[in-house]
Design a protein around this ligand. Structure first.
Ligand SMILES: Nc1ncnc2c1ncn2[C@@H]1O[C@H](COP(=O)(O)OP(=O)(O)OP(=O)(O)O)[C@@H](O)[C@H]1O
Ligand SMILES: C[C@@](O)(CCO)CC(=O)[O-]
Length: 974
């Protein structure tokens, strides 16, 4: 960098005005303002060169290619203007090729000189502003300290009580400032979808009428952005500006043009009043400065902005002005390269089947409008994976793409807006504005595009978002030898997307350890209604056609013998099914409604199919192939359903959670195109929320009822079994429903409810390094007798699990040691059960382990005085007891040795019941999920109406007895 030359003084330099305001330029129209004609009132801080004035006929001109755009008084093409920094009225005295940096706060001289104080005017900044006027074909340009500073300056044009209309897909910082203005300045913003010009017109019209009636302040600003960040939606600037001029003629229409830069779009030419850019992005291009630039052509507005910038003192520093000026010289050349690469990257991701948001893709819904107002799609794109955790893995796995907020840099960047640039927006608002939590934003730089695609591909593979197609098909066209970016895009054909939200691998491993493809569980592509194209698809289509209209299913509850809570953190749990079960009945409805009856909770919901948020349901476009289920909850869908359920009825938290879980699975499984009316009844003979897995049992019932009636798994036939792959699929969905109800389930409860029997279960966990879930069937368990005692103390599994999680975070060593001890207990128990030692030795070992495990649960803080009372009472009878399930109340489990006298057991039960508890003697290890045979009398008569009535009206005992006699049950094969 050259040392700052002595500032030049020319005869054209005007003297400072008496108010200390901008003296940089003299009048708005001529730089060569003579000293004696210098303005005495605040003058705009603009370059007063006679730039080519904005022509009115340019308003609706078709966009010319960016390279062909002419700008500046010389009428050169844009790239030439970018590189040619020249202000004839500020010639350097030494003829320096680069603009000198005037690192001077003050300037000596007579009052009225052009420069006196750098806040008001600085020659380096003046040069920059002059250059910006040339590029944007405008008379007023201001360089300030950041993009947000631009908005701060512009919004100061408004007074308290006036209103703003802005988009609903805005940069988080913009959103934050608008919220601040509403709370601190009584300047309220209506957020509307500005990508729908009708909506903009509607709100303008409504506010105009309301303000005429004195019900609200006038709309004084319409703030637009296109393409929006990060969803790349397109706003029709000309239509919105026209609507604003018609219904709010006093409003200034403002555009944030950062995504495009003046190279690709010049909104002033489209009838916009004020444009601003974050200069930190494309204008500078190197992420080595912060700046914002404002452009306008209206004298009234220009003067006010000049006044504001000078008054608040946020004009750009000389050093940053120099850097920005230097960056702008290469704007066109950088943008061309970045945009070309972006097109390839977008095409690459698109061809892998991701939902890509980029106006350069033919499929982009706003492409026509965008092409009319801009001359290129730019270099920012975003895509969705369907799974937030998958997105995090992808972002984390890239090497060349820097994880960073912001964009416009020569280096490529990757980010997750919901965690980064848009994190300041309340998650609920993000959800309401349909900003996908899994969205990944890519800001393409100037690197070799082949390297960028290769790096992205490696990350997608590593994260499990794509997989290589079979060797046979990919061998023909591997990357080797691909020497062009187009070649790299074409080579995407070697890969196929693993739909992350329906990922087979994690889900299959999560709940079964199996990743099986089964004809019985092939999903076809039900939502898309695509024609069956393979034998498997034909099979699934046949299954869908044969799906029964009515069905009764059931699944057992569970008792955890060892390892509850610890299992959430990767420790093995030993659990078994109990005889108490949940039931689900489904029948068709004649109308286009889905109803849900929860007799245990006294709730009934009915939703019209049309009112369900189908657009948020996970895409099943790739359900042809190995069956897949979403692994992680889609927060948007979850939130939308919470709102939908909450809006319909005031109900208990229990019923709310169950209803949301039901709808969540409904929207994941039922095909939109073929959804018809259905009536569901869900019923439990298990005590609810007592630690016996009622939520998992219910979840398993919902999943199986939906999967069978929507043709995703084969309908039960007499003499058949529910195959392992079908029960794996049920289990995967049951786990999702568990997530809705219970936050962070380990998966043990739904695995027992679905597969039945007794099992050792350990989930994949970074704490233990276990990469896949493990599930082992345990034999020899069935013969043990247990007494379950319900404290009848209500508690919430979700918060108990969260409490242990918090303890582990606060004290990883102490709680880690407890978890290790519980793992040792589970290992011992598994060994004891599998050993050939005497029955007596087995029983006494199990009793000791039960006591030990309870002690650890106490130290995890999940016991309850009522549980301790039960423990004492049973210890009085010589028996070992521990809490089971989440604790905090709920149930205790007592091991009853074979030789424990019946009379003593009766006495113990009556003592416990005398203490206010409820006892259940139960056998463990019974079958998992089951469906009543279609040939049973109840099932075949009257669309299963009898079953529906039994579920609604019977007592738990009567329901169990009725179900046992209702007909043959077809159970899982597990
Ligand atoms: N019959 C039912 N009707 C409606 N909702 C039910 C029913 N059974 C269970 N649920 C849902 O499951 C929730 C209970 O789940 P929670 O995990 O708290 O207890 P649990 O599954 O019985 O015990 P644990 O998880 O400790 O084994 C209820 O709040 C409700 O949302
Ligand atoms: C407390 C817990 O371990 C068992 C709840 O039945 C939670 C879980 O494993 O999901």
């Amino acid at each position: 960098m050259s040392s700052p030359p002595t500032p030049v003084r020319t005869s054209s330099e005007a003297s400072s005005d008496t108010m200390g305001l901008s003296t940089t330029m003299g009048s708005a129209t001529s730089l060569a303002t003579p000293v004696d004609s210098a303005p005495t009132s605040p003058s705009p801080s603009v370059l007063n060169v006679p730039v080519q004035s904005k022509s009115s006929e340019s308003t609706s001109k078709p966009r010319v290619a960016a390279q062909d755009r002419r700008s500046g008084p010389s009428g050169h093409r844009f790239a030439t203007t970018c590189a040619t920094v020249d202000d004839p009225n500020h010639k350097d005295q030494y003829g320096s090729s680069s603009t000198p940096i005037y690192m001077s706060a003050t300037f000596k001289g007579l009052p009225g000189a052009e420069f006196d104080y750098s806040r008001s005017g600085n020659p380096t900044r003046s040069m920059l502003q002059h250059h910006l006027c040339q590029l944007q074909n405008c008379r007023y340009s201001f360089a300030v300290s950041s993009g947000m500073a631009c908005l701060d300056v512009i919004t100061r044009l408004l007074k308290a009580g006036e209103r703003i209309i802005a988009g609903d897909d805005l940069y988080g910082g913009t959103n934050r400032l608008l919220t601040y203005l509403a709370t601190h300045g009584d300047i309220k913003t209506d957020h509307v979808d500005t990508t729908d010009a009708d909506k903009v017109q509607e709100i303008l019209e409504r506010r105009a009428a309301e303000s005429a009636r004195g019900e609200c302040g006038k709309v004084k600003m319409v703030l637009l952005e296109t393409p929006t960040n990060p969803l790349l939606k397109i706003c029709d600037l000309e239509r919105c500006a026209r609507a604003a001029k018609r219904f709010a003629p006093e409003a200034i229409v403002v555009v944030d043009n950062t995504m495009m830069s003046p190279y690709l779009m010049r909104p002033l030419e489209l009838g916009i009043d004020v444009v601003y850019d974050s200069g930190t992005k494309y204008l500078s291009g190197h992420h080595d400065l912060m700046a914002g630039v404002i452009a306008c052509d209206r004298e009234d507005v220009g003067k006010q902005i000049a006044f504001t910038v000078n008054s608040i003192g946020n004009a750009l520093t000389p050093m940053d002005s120099f850097l920005l000026l230097r960056g702008i010289k290469t704007l066109a050349v950088r943008m061309d390269k970045q945009q070309t690469s972006s097109k390839h990257v977008a095409q690459y991701l698109h061809s892998l089947g991701f939902k890509v948001n980029y106006p350069g893709l033919a499929s982009h819904p706003g492409k026509d409008i965008h092409d009319r107002q801009a001359s290129g799609p730019g270099a920012v794109l975003s895509f969705e994976t369907g799974d937030k955790e998958l997105s995090e893995r992808i972002v984390g796995a890239t090497r060349l793409w820097g994880i960073s907020v912001s964009f416009g840099c020569v280096n490529s960047l990757i980010s997750m807006p919901c965690l980064m640039s848009h994190a300041s927006i309340d998650p609920k608002i993000r959800a309401a504005r349909r900003l996908p939590e899994d969205l990944i934003r890519l800001c393409v730089g100037i690197e070799d595009c082949r390297d960028l695609i290769e790096d992205l591909e490696a990350a997608l593979l590593q994260a499990g978002a794509i997989k290589r197609k079979s060797q046979l098909s990919s061998a023909a066209s591997t990357h080797t030898g691909q020497s062009t970016a187009e070649g790299h895009v074409a080579a995407a054909a070697n890969f196929e997307r693993i739909i992350s939200s329906e990922a087979d691998e994690p889900v299959a491993s999560l709940n079964s350890g199996l990743a099986t493809a089964s004809l019985e569980t092939r999903g076809g592509d039900p939502l898309q209604g695509l024609p069956a194209s393979s034998p498997a698809d034909a099979n699934s289509a046949a299954m869908a056609a044969a799906a029964p209209a009515s069905l009764l299913v059931s699944a057992p509850g569970k008792v955890i013998l060892f390892g509850e809570h610890a299992v959430v953190h990767g420790v093995t749990a030993i659990a078994a099914s109990v005889a108490l079960r949940c039931y689900a009945h489904v029948a068709s409805r004649a109308d286009a409604k889905v109803s849900l009856t929860l007799p245990d909770l006294g709730t009934e919901h009915t939703w019209a199919l049309d009112e369900l948020p189908w657009d948020l349901a996970p895409s099943v476009a790739s359900w042809r192939g190995v069956h897949k289920t979403p692994e992680t909850l889609n927060e948007l869908l979850h939130h939308a359903l919470e709102t939908l359920v909450g809006a319909v009825a005031e109900e208990s938290e229990r019923s709310h959670a169950a209803s949301v879980a039901f709808l969540y699975l409904y929207l994941c499984i039922a095909p939109r195109s073929k959804a018809t009316g259905q009536a569901f009844v869900l019923r439990s003979t298990l005590p609810i929320g007592a630690g016996l897995g009622s939520s998992a049992s219910l979840s398993s019932c919902i999943a199986s009822a939906l999967l069978v009636t929507h043709g995703r798994i084969a309908a039960p036939t007499p003499g058949s079994v529910i195959s392992r792959s079908a029960s794996d699929l049920i289990n995967s969905y049951a786990f999702l429903s568990e997530k809705v109800i219970h936050g962070n389930p380990s998966g043990v409860d739904n695995s027992v409810a679905t597969h039945g029997g007794a099992l050792a279960f350990a989930r994949a966990s970074s704490r233990t390094g276990r990469r896949q879930n493990e599930l082992r069937s345990l034999h020899g368990f069935k013969s043990f007798r247990f007494l379950l005692t319900d404290t009848r103390v209500g508690r919430d599994t979700k918060s108990l699990v969260a409490g242990v999680g918090a303890k582990l975070t606060a004290d990883p060593q102490g709680i880690g040691a407890t978890l290790t001890a519980i793992q040792a207990i589970a290992d011992d128990a598994e060994n004891v059960l599998g050993s050939s030692t005497s029955r007596q030795a087995q029983l006494s070992s199990l009793a000791r382990l039960i006591d030990e495990n309870h002690t650890h649960l106490v130290s995890l803080g999940v016991s309850h005085p009522a549980l301790e009372t039960i423990k004492q009472t049973t210890a009085g009878a010589g028996l070992s007891t521990k809490l089971t399930g989440a604790g905090g109340g709920g149930c205790a489990v007592t091991l009853v040795p074979d030789d424990f006298e019946e009379i003593k057991l009766r006495q113990l039960v009556s003592k416990l019941e005398g203490q206010g508890f409820t006892c259940y003697e139960t056998l463990v290890g019974g079958p998992g999920v089951g469906a009543l045979s279609p040939h049973s009398a109840v099932q075949s008569s009257n669309d299963g109406q009898a079953a529906r009535e039994a579920l609604i009206n019977s007592s738990p005992e009567a329901l169990t007895a009725w179900a046992d006699k209702a007909g043959a049950w077809i159970h899982s094969d597990s």
